[in-house]
Ligand binder design. Structure first.
Ligand code: ZN
Length: 406
């Protein structure tokens, strides 16, 4: 009797905490050029639709592009709670092989009515708007010959605080890239059938912890890529426990989901670095695209923490002098690779790190895996026992500079 009660209680707790637990999942395969970021909303029907779309896209990609050289799959997302009931999610797929292909899929789900919404459910008098939309499209894409412009469907759309954005297909640009055709329509110009709440700005609060590092201390910098994630807080707990710190190279498109985690990072003496916005293979990007990947992350981190990152970790560890010349951020690589994403086991992760660390080492880990979060306690303890002090990468650079000037 008691046992069943306990089981019931556990299940109930699991159900309550399991539901509506939002997180951003990241799947990055460093040896395949695949990076997928998507939200887990806690709404089962919506999550099923999202994961099945992603699985299908991934399977097709592997099949269709297996004979190409360095094919890249990148799926990014947008997520917006329009009000307490309605969620809008977009999945933006980019495939880079011999040419660039860009597709978008969007979902708008009403938790209350348990149904996916179409444009007819959202906009009053769509017919009247239709004429206007076509006129604006023809104006915006005047120079391109897109026959579909007069025969648009309203299947794919996203929202931000100001605009409704309609996605209406693809066009091939002059440099042979496939680009999405889209139109921003100001929300205040629309007659809406639903209420849209404005998101509130988060308050910035920062009181950075001071560290006592001596000039000739033995130092090491822990770095974490591909987060934040739901495992990051465990890593922060451990760092705090040992009075240690690290540098978190965050993926910009995830950070809004982890406001508090980011603020904690800074408050507790850690550093936030930039790991691009969508985790694309950077060498393929134009100057403008590269800078956009960087700047969007800079802005998001600045908005949440009040601080702009100073350091950048290139995705897939790939960079060039060309890319370096496009930014003032300092490129940071590593000399100790935990290969955590590959070995997946605590003991192996520790073994990849501890014997290879020397004074001034930069250690690469990832904070989007449970096994990495589980290994961090032993890693920090072992390094501490060996007499290492922990610094952020910017502090490490400063210290190295000081020592060089000696
Ligand atoms: Zn990465």
């Amino acid at each position: 009797m008691k046992k069943t009660m306990l089981l019931f209680l556990c299940l109930a707790i699991l159900l309550i905490t399991g539901c509506n637990k939002k997180e951003i999942k990241t799947t990055i395969s460093d040896d395949e050029l695949i990076a997928i970021n998507y939200p887990v909303t806690g709404i089962n029907i919506l999550d099923d639709a999202i994961t099945s779309y992603i699985n299908k896209t991934r399977t097709n990609f592997k099949k269709e592009y297996k004979n190409y050289k360095n094919p890249e799959l990148n799926i990014s997302y947008t997520y917006k709670e329009l009000n307490d009931d309605i969620v809008n999610v977009s999945l933006n797929t980019e495939i880079n092989a011999d040419k660039k292909i860009n597709k978008i899929k969007t979902f708008t789900y009403n938790k209350k009515t348990k149904s996916f919404l179409t444009m007819e459910d959202i906009i009053k008098d769509l017919d009247a708007l239709d004429y206007n939309i076509k006129k604006q499209l023809l104006e915006k894409y005047r120079d391109s010959d897109i026959e579909s412009l007069t025969n648009v469907s309203y299947d794919y759309f996203t929202f931000d605080d100001e605009n409704l954005t309609l996605y209406l297909g693809m066009q091939t640009s002059k440099d042979n890239r496939q680009e999405l055709i889209y139109l921003d329509i100001p929300l205040n110009s629309l007659k809406l059938l639903i209420d849209i709440d404005k998101t509130e700005n988060t308050d910035n609060y920062i009181k950075i912890k001071k560290k006592n590092i001596d000039y000739d201390d033995k130092v090491v910098a822990l770095t974490f890529d591909d987060g934040p994630s739901k495992y990051t807080t465990k890593i922060l707990d451990t760092l705090k426990k040992y009075d240690a710190c690290g540098t978190f190279f965050v993926i910009g498109n995830k950070v809004e989901f982890y406001n508090e985690t980011l603020q904690r990072m800074v408050n507790e003496g850690n550093e936030i670095g930039n790991h691009s916005y969508n985790h694309k293979w950077l060498n393929r990007l134009s100057k403008q695209e590269f800078q956009e990947e960087l700047n969007k992350t800079q802005e998001k981190v600045q908005k949440i923490t009040g601080i702009s990152p100073k350091v950048f970790r290139p995705t897939y560890g790939g960079y060039s002098d060309r890319l370096k010349s496009y930014t003032d951020l300092t490129f940071i690589l590593w000399d100790v690779d935990s290969s955590d994403w590959k070995v997946k086991k605590k003991e192996k992760i520790i073994n990849n790190i501890i014997p290879n660390v020397k004074d001034g080492s930069i250690i690469l880990m990832h904070d989007n895996h449970e096994y990495s979060a589980n290994a961090i306690d032993s890693v920090v303890k072992a390094l501490k026992d060996k007499g290492y002090k922990f610094v952020t990468v910017s502090e490490l650079l400063e210290l190295k500079q000081l020592r060089e000037n000696e």
